[in-house]
Design a protein around this ligand. Structure first.
Ligand code: AMO
Length: 439
């Protein structure tokens, strides 16, 4: 009688099998990455989440029935192999497995819509259409191991520094980052929107007395344009801190970025190697460059940019050529920043807002906020918005709102800087862009 599946328990992941285990009986589970049938000997590369292990089956040494079953295996089928570990300097990890038993757990259809062995290059759209297969590629899953390590590092860093994790609504009643980027939805008999940013809620938490909060959650932007840096759904790492200035939270951001890079270099050595990425720990403090100097710099490079304009793509590129690594742009004009950004006391045309850049890519923006109710009402009106639609948010400013500051860091854009990838779609499991809503 066939042993029940429950008795077939994995004893090791591929990465754990090493030459010191010579002679040990083990059980590995995974996918048939590759099959090489040389007649008298069959090599099967078994792939699991962590890597590859070679199963070596010489016809003379193993059971003929088992040999035939190995020969019949199809690529990307799911298998379990029992066998004896044998030292083998030429095989991956310096070991091979001489099989004693095989279980075909699930047969894969052929031909495959995509080749997970990475021998054939595929276009990004083909890859995303069969994303489950694409994600089997070690160099693709590496991106998500790095993302997971980064997010863990960010959480640990913020928790250690006294930040409380919060969860705010994603079904919201109003815009925060400009009306045109909103996804409207039907909320029973009313119109509502998908949240563009936890901005209003994280600020409200300052009035609630939580002092320091953070949230890691999706934000939704109805971006019309199709670029390598924009998606319609991304993960935002947001923080807000009371009695903090813009300089204070820039300091937090800088330290968090360095900590995450340090943790990724230490824990994702294999993954970085697969991505061919030589990740350097940046020096602090990051350079700070004033918006006025950015204007002069890009104009000197032949990019026309007027004072009071947001950076065009050409301006970002010129900045990317002039600056190395991470740097802050400070002193942004008040006029082009959202209503919640505090203006400079002495030069009100300039604000307390900043952006964190990596070469030509904006990865975070933040600011010290307006905390005075009357100033905020006026700023909402001056942006052409109706203060009445912000009634509940505004109330939090009437009964003791402390001064505060915060920022939002795009997890995917940050991940692009960690992995060296230039298409943001690569850093999301199932990206949402202008044309894509499935898988
Ligand atoms: P902002 O709109 O600049 O600021 O967003 C913050 C960061 O989120 C990421 N991001 C995006 N990434 C990819 N595709 C998009 N469509 C996209 N939109 C945003 C970027 C960006 O730097 N409320 C403020 C933050 C604050 O002041 O605390 C805000 O949302 O990395």
């Amino acid at each position: 009688m066939m042993e029940s599946l429950a008795d077939w328990r994995r004893s090791h992941y591929s990465r754990e099998v090493n030459p010191d285990m010579n002679g040990e009986e083990i059980l590995v589970m995974g996918w048939t990455h590759e099959i090489r049938d040389l007649g008298g000997i069959i090599f099967v590369l078994l792939r699991d989440r962590d890597g590859l292990v070679q199963v070596t089956a010489p016809s003379k040494k193993i059971d003929p029935g088992l040999f035939e079953n190995l020969r019949k295996l199809k690529k990307e089928s799911v298998i379990a192999v029992k066998g004896t570990v044998q030292e083998s300097p030429k095989a991956p990890g310096g070991v091979e497995l001489i099989p004693t038993d095989l279980r075909l757990l699930n047969q894969s259809q052929q031909p495959l819509p995509l080749d997970p062995t990475e021998k054939v290059r595929a276009e990004i759209d083909t890859r995303l259409d069969s994303r489950f297969l694409d994600l089997r590629k070690p160099s693709v899953s590496a991106i998500f191991k790095i993302k997971s390590t980064m997010l863990h590092s960010v959480r640990v860093f913020l928790e250690k520094n006294g930040y409380l994790e919060v969860n705010t609504p994603k079904l919201v009643a109003s815009a925060t980052e400009g009306g045109t980027e909103l996804f409207p939805i039907t909320y029973f008999e009313r119109e509502a929107f998908l949240g563009q940013s936890p901005q209003l809620y994280k600020q409200t938490m300052m009035s609630a007395g939580f002092d320091k909060v953070y949230e890691i959650a999706p934000i939704f932007r109805a971006e019309e344009h199709d670029t390598l840096r924009h998606l319609n759904e991304v993960i935002s790492i947001d923080m807000e801190a009371s009695f903090h200035s813009d300089e204070d939270v820039m300091d937090v951001l800088e330290k968090l970025v360095v900590q995450a890079i340090t943790d990724v270099t230490e824990n994702c050595e294999e993954e970085l190697k697969l991505l061919d990425k030589d990740l350097q720990i940046p020096e602090t403090p990051f350079e700070r460059i004033d918006y006025d100097d950015v204007i002069d710099l890009v104009n000197s490079k032949g990019v026309a940019l007027e004072h009071g304009e947001d950076l065009s793509r050409a301006a970002e590129k010129a900045m990317g050529e002039a600056m190395d690594g991470y740097y802050f742009i400070t002193g942004w004009p008040t006029e082009i920043k959202p209503f919640y950004v505090m203006a400079n006391e002495e030069t009100p045309e300039k604000s307390h807002a900043f952006d964190l850049m990596y070469k030509d890519l904006e990865i975070s923006s933040g600011a010290m906020r307006v905390h005075q109710h009357d100033v905020l009402v006026e700023k909402i009106s001056s942006k052409g918005l109706n203060p009445e639609s912000f009634e509940r948010y505004l109330a939090a400013f009437e009964y003791g709102m402390p001064p505060h500051a915060g920022w939002g860091l795009g997890a995917e854009r940050f991940n692009m800087t960690l992995t060296g990838l230039n298409n943001i779609r690569e850093t999301v499991l199932f990206p949402r862009d202008r044309r894509r809503l499935t898988p």
